[in-house]
Write a protein that binds this ligand. Structure first.
Ligand code: ADP
Ligand code: LRH
Length: 497
């Protein structure tokens, strides 16, 4: 048929990938052409992203995409994790490696900010949940450094990659909304917040929106990747979660919640307008901006990071685990034996995760898991409970009803997590696509290129028609989940509304 090849670059906290999407009327085929690990590096006491290593992976991926598509690409889009940035000097050269949001440099920054802009006012102006690593806190932590003094420009990570590919600098709106410097009502910078915090908004290149043109691959990039120009680059929902939410295969008119689960679980609703109430702030829900004028009303949950870090610890101790076998054993382990608060900042930094989980269980008077299978079960039960709390509270705070839960991202491949999420919420779960972010990325490009037409409903219809999905009905012991939810909320004080 007359489908067109688009490359979606998707940079996750655990891996980067370049996906080739062939898109046409009624056609959407996704092929993984290159995946590369994203391994942070601690040096000089600071945890960094290896951003040149990632860019190398992007170039290799574009070469592979071109090879798979016969040397020609109809477009490229870049999305990635939120909040982090690189600084450029007056010549446009990168000043140092971007710092990882899990680095400890932001310790104490929230208190510093609160002293000049109280949390209630900051929330009323930006609608952003408190996360200790929001870009504003990173900027407060960085602003007295010599590097910052030399900075003339700040580029969020996906925008930095797009800048290297094209030579053109912009700030894509969905990811800009995670800086805590954007007003979700105007969908533009908040000059008031920036002024109060002494942050110079001129550091940010001009805003662009998903679907806006973002330049063309530079000659040096064409040479490096073997591609034939011109290859347009299009701004997509450059926050990976914004692209993933567009990639949710909901039917038109569905009352749905989504859970984008990978390194993080981002659980919530798609809304037309932000919820900026004090109850919403107290429950720590965020109003990030989505594609096509939407608001992503959600809460960050620690996610499969808990499992990733357990696996890393066991490997370092000479006890590497096979994920499939581990999940099979976890499915057979006793349910709801002990649960931890998957929102607890104690789990944020990289460290010995099994030890921290065992400590959290001991602190709350529960038996500590002993075997890898018991740890995995504890993590997945805890995530399912946190998913339930976020879905229920988001619905209550936004005054909405939820009838279906869509699980997208790498966690959609985890059948046990999907089933436990159905059991805990008491709602049917539709799982997939696992690469929702890449699909959302490609769909925005294809629409901008005129290859597909329509709004979210039409784009999602194409997803439903083409992507394999799995269905999970709630099963198991409802009363046991209700009791666990009560215990869990009682302990963490997170039950709101
Ligand atoms: P990120 O974008 O944050 O890097 P992903 O969306 O790629 O994360 O999700 C990665 C996670 O998905 C892994 O940590 C793992 O727990 C889970 N995952 C990936 N593949 C599978 C699989 N085949 N079975 C079970 N879980 C999987
Ligand atoms: C997921 C994600 C999430 C952010 C976090 C920093 O990859 O973008 O939405 O909160 O990374």
């Amino acid at each position: 048929s007359s489908s067109q090849p688009f490359a979606a670059v998707d940079l996750g906290a655990s891996s980067g990938r370049v996906m080739l999407a062939r898109v046409g009327a009624g056609t959407l085929e996704l092929q993984e052409v290159h995946r590369f690990p994203n391994r942070p590096v601690r040096v000089g006491g600071t945890l960094h992203w290896d951003v040149l290593g990632l860019y190398r992976g992007v170039l290799d991926g574009l070469r592979a995409a071109g090879a798979a598509a016969g040397g020609r690409l109809a477009g490229v889009g870049v999305d990635g994790w939120a909040v982090d940035y690189g600084l450029l000097d007056a010549r446009g050269d990168l000043l140092g490696n971007p710092v990882h949001y899990r680095d400890a440099r932001t310790d104490g920054a929230a208190e510093e900010v609160a002293a000049v802009l109280p949390p209630k006012e900051l929330y009323a102006a930006t609608g952003l949940q408190h996360l200790p690593f929001n870009t504003v806190y990173q900027l407060v932590a960085a602003r007295d450094t010599p590097q910052f003094a030399a900075a003339r420009r700040l580029l969020l990570v996906p925008d930095l990659v797009a800048y290297w590919l094209t030579g053109e600098a912009g700030t894509e709106l969905t990811n800009a909304s995670t800086t805590q410097l954007v007003d979700p009502r105007t969908r533009d910078w908040s000059p008031v917040v920036a002024a109060r915090l002494g942050i110079d908004l001129d550091l940010f290149p001009p805003l662009r929106r998903p679907g806006d043109p973002a330049g063309h691959l530079l000659p040096e990039v064409l040479a490096e990747t073997g591609l034939t120009g011109p290859v347009p680059v299009t701004a997509v929902g450059s926050h990976d979660t914004a692209s993933a939410v567009l990639g949710v295969p909901a039917a038109d008119g569905d009352d749905f919640a989504y859970i984008a689960t990978g390194t993080w679980s981002l659980a919530g609703l798609e809304l037309d307008a932000p919820v900026l109430t004090e109850a919403s702030r107290a429950a720590n829900f965020t109003n990030e901006l989505g594609v096509d004028g939407t608001v992503r009303y959600l809460r960050n949950i620690m996610g499969l990071w808990l499992l990733q870090e357990c696996l890393r610890a066991w490997e370092a101790q000479g006890d590497p685990q096979d994920l499939d076998a581990l999940l099979a054993a976890a499915a057979a382990a006793p349910p709801l034996r002990s649960v931890v608060d998957a929102g607890d900042p104690a789990f944020l930094a990289p460290d010995d995760m099994p030890r921290r989980i065992a400590e959290a269980c001991a602190r709350t008077g529960q038996p500590a898991p002993r075997t890898p299978a018991e740890f995995a079960r504890c993590v997945l039960d805890s995530l399912a409970l946190a998913h339930r709390a976020a879905v229920e509270q988001a619905a209550a705070l936004a005054g909405r009803t939820v009838r279906t839960v869509h699980v997208v991202g790498g966690g959609a491949r985890n059948a046990l997590l999907c089933q436990l999420t159905a059991d805990a919420t008491g709602l049917p779960v539709v799982a997939g696509p696992a690469e929702a972010a890449a699909l959302g990325n490609a769909l925005v490009q294809a629409r901008a290129a005129g290859v597909v037409e329509g709004g979210r409903a039409e784009l999602r219809e194409l997803l439903r028609a083409t992507q394999p999905l799995r269905h999970y009905d709630p099963s198991g012991d409802r009363a046991a989940w209700d009791r666990a939810a009560d215990r869990f909320h009682g302990r963490t004080g997170r039950k709101e509304g």
